[in-house]
Design a binder for this molecule. Structure first.
Ligand code: ATP
Ligand code: MG
Length: 242
């Protein structure tokens, strides 16, 4: 469902993403894990068609993120690092606006908005202006807009950042349930988050994939924590030796 091959992004001489390849199948939740500055957001923005790659290819549901961006956008839900909400709209108005843009049939819109507000725990702020939302609620409304059109592929950049512990648990459950019949790619720094919700982990460091593995495969051999520390420090020593 997501196929990434040699995807790269350079800023001048600096390679933020240096030839990333991985895949995600239907019904799979893939955790994109890595230290600060590893290239997660840059990769995600390229997959979401908001940033042109300097090299490599990526397809979503068979469509190229560069040459068929409109087809890709129709099939994805995307939660950016900072969800861009319209401050002057209430949460319900904003979701109605997004539903219209995303092509939700008019007759289904009201029911769908109430549904996603329940699922993302924002029904209690339906009539509040977006600009008055707390950080955690902004994040949850951001998630609601990402899934409102029931996209095949859901791409989430740090979906639980800024949430309180209770909401972290609930949103992880939501992501896990979305993964049953969607493809979900989520970035995170939190190892237990990957263990809790993901089927597969892709660890990136310095713009490269250092591990791509099913979680079930890992736990039989080594803990995720061991694998993460080893893969990231190995890369560091390679760099130090160079
Ligand atoms: N517009 C830009 N110009 C120059 N460098 C950039 C630009 N955007 C990102 N970078 C650099 O690219 C690298 C990867 O950044 P990116 O935001 O993708 O990392 P990340 O893995 O999402 O990190 P974090 O965990 O902090 O969110 C960083 O070194 C960053 O400074
Ligand atoms: Mg990031």
């Amino acid at each position: 469902m997501i196929e990434v091959s040699g995807l790269s992004k350079s800023y001048g001489d600096y390679q933020a993403v240096a030839g990333i390849s991985f895949s995600a199948q239907k019904g799979e939740v893939v955790g994109f894990l890595g230290p600060n500055g590893a290239g997660k957001t840059t990769t995600i923005r390229m997959l979401a068609t908001y940033l042109p790659p300097t090299a490599g290819t990526a397809t979503i549901a068979g469509f190229s993120v560069t040459t068929q961006a409109d087809e890709v956008r129709r099939r994805i839900g995307y939660l950016p690092e900072n969800p861009p909400l319209y401050g002057e709209m209430t949460v319900r108005e904003y979701l109605k606006f997004i539903a219209e843009i995303k092509g939700v049939p008019r007759s289904a819109t009201s029911k769908r908005i109430e549904e996603v507000m329940e699922r993302c725990f924002v029904a209690d702020v339906a009539n509040k202006l977006c600009q008055h939302l707390s950080r955690g609620y902004r994040q949850r409304v951001g998630l609601a807009q990402a899934i409102i059109h029931d996209p095949e592929v859901i791409i989430l950049d740090e979906p639980t950042s800024g949430l309180d512990p209770n909401q972290i648990i609930k949103i992880r459950q939501l992501i896990k349930s979305l993964g049953e019949n969607h493809t979900v790619l989520l970035s995170t720094h939190i190892l237990p988050e990957v263990s809790a919700v993901c089927d597969k982990v892709v660890i990136v460091n310095r713009g490269r994939v250092v591990v791509e593995s099913q979680l079930s495969q890992l736990s039989r051999e080594k803990s995720l924590e061991q694998v993460f520390l080893e893969s990231v420090s190995q890369e560091d020593s390679v760099d130090a030796a160079a």
